[in-house]
Design a protein around this ligand. Structure first.
Ligand SMILES: Nc1ncnc2c1ncn2[C@@H]1O[C@H](COP(=O)(O)OP(=O)(O)OP(=O)(O)O)[C@@H](O)[C@H]1O
Ligand SMILES: [Mg+2]
Length: 350
């Protein structure tokens, strides 16, 4: 299980006013270079605040690398970029002990994972051995080289990109490794207006170079601490478990989602709720996250594959069919109509 940072390491949770200000600034900053993808940008930020890792998978040229770079640049913290190639070694990722002639001792040279945000570009081009070196760090948030364990920084987030069309010369991530990613997102093509805005804004030079950070690592730790305090009602927890269980029982799936998936879905739901200015999770948050959080870690049966049903469609279908937790409508108080949903999930209004 992912080793999470203790509350002390994260420090003081950011109060809600400040939370809103910082997160809006980060989203606006990224949107200076990524046109017309607000929902995707917000989800990427939610994954960061849920202490997760992000996999961006899509066809070439839709801004995968750009989103990863813009997110990393928006936060003033250490960023390392790894361009994955077949000859990249595990030690390039984790680090290596080298002998120092002067001190007559071994010295640790940290690899690319010793950063707050690690952008792993075209992750499926590295050999399975190198991929798994990265995936170990993602899970344990630490690196062990020659018997010595080095903790990684907080926040620590891997943003990996991969192209889903190109198959030649790639090593597709096995399911167990895909499970390390909290969410998989696709960029999708921009609509006409956004594509024209891109031509206007990006025609001359790459605007990502001019992007200035609007936050720093300590602030992000405060955001993460605030997200951890978001309330989750019992009914919402049950709904999350039922959703994941439904993938395990689905006749269309050979492999359902893991308990790790349930945990990550709930954490991301807290982040999404906080980004929307709520301090409690709604079942709707889970519904919106089911496809990005679950679809990349499950395996369809041979029949489902033959009939070209994607895991996205299978998960969407499960969400559609599973009843959401029952609402208990209450009479309106003092003639005011009570918002039944907030009534049920907001702890102060019960
Ligand atoms: N929605 C968008 N808004 C702004 N720019 C975009 C958008 N989509 C693509 N672009 C532009 O297209 C170019 C290619 O983007 P990028 O290099 O991020 O693609 P990629 O998805 O990583 O492709 P590949 O799989 O080939 O690496 C960039 O200059 C980027 O600015
Ligand atoms: Mg790219």
């Amino acid at each position: 299980m992912t080793t999470q940072r203790t509350q002390e390491e994260l420090g003081r949770p950011l109060p809600s006013g400040e939370f809103r200000q910082v997160t809006e600034a980060i989203v606006a900053n990224i949107e200076q270079v990524i046109e017309g993808k607000t929902a995707t940008v917000r989800l990427a930020l939610a994954v960061m605040l849920a202490e997760g890792h992000l996999l961006i998978e899509d066809v070439p040229g839709v801004g995968k690398t750009k989103l990863a770079k813009a997110l990393a640049r928006s936060v003033d913290c250490t960023v390392r970029r790894i361009q994955f190639t077949p000859d990249l070694l595990p030690s390039d990722v984790t680090g290596v002990s080298v002998y120092n002639q002067e001190s007559r001792d071994f010295e640790f040279k940290p690899g690319a994972v010793f950063a707050n945000i690690v952008v792993g570009d075209e992750i499926n081009r590295a050999s399975p051995k190198t991929q798994s070196a990265l995936l170990e760090c993602m899970e344990e948030r630490q690196v062990t080289v020659d018997g010595v364990t080095y903790p990684l920084q907080t926040p620590f987030m891997v943003v990996a990109t991969q192209n889903k069309i190109e198959m030649e010369g790639t090593y597709p991530l096995p399911e167990a490794q895909r499970d390390r990613f909290t969410a998989r997102i696709a960029m999708g093509y921009p609509d006409v207006g956004a594509e024209i805005a891109m031509l206007d804004g990006h025609g001359a030079e790459d605007p990502v170079l001019g992007l200035l950070p609007v936050s720093d690592a300590a602030t992000v730790r405060g955001l993460i601490a605030a997200v951890r305090q978001v309330h989750t009602a019992e009914a919402v927890k049950h709904y999350a478990v039922n959703l994941v269980n439904a993938t395990r029982e689905s006749p269309d799936l050979r492999l359902g989602a893991s308990p790790r998936a349930t945990l990550q879905m709930l954490r991301t739901a807290r982040a999404v709720a906080a980004l929307e200015g709520r301090d409690y999770v709604l079942p709707d948050d889970l519904q919106a996250l089911a496809v990005p959080v679950l679809a990349h870690r499950i395996i369809p049966t041979a029949e489902a594959q033959l009939s070209r049903r994607t895991t996205d469609a299978i998960v969407a279908d499960i969400v559609h069919r599973l009843p959401i937790p029952t609402e208990r409508p209450r009479p309106s108080v003092y003639g005011r109509t009570v918002d039944a949903r907030a009534e049920q999930y907001d702890p102060r209004r019960r």
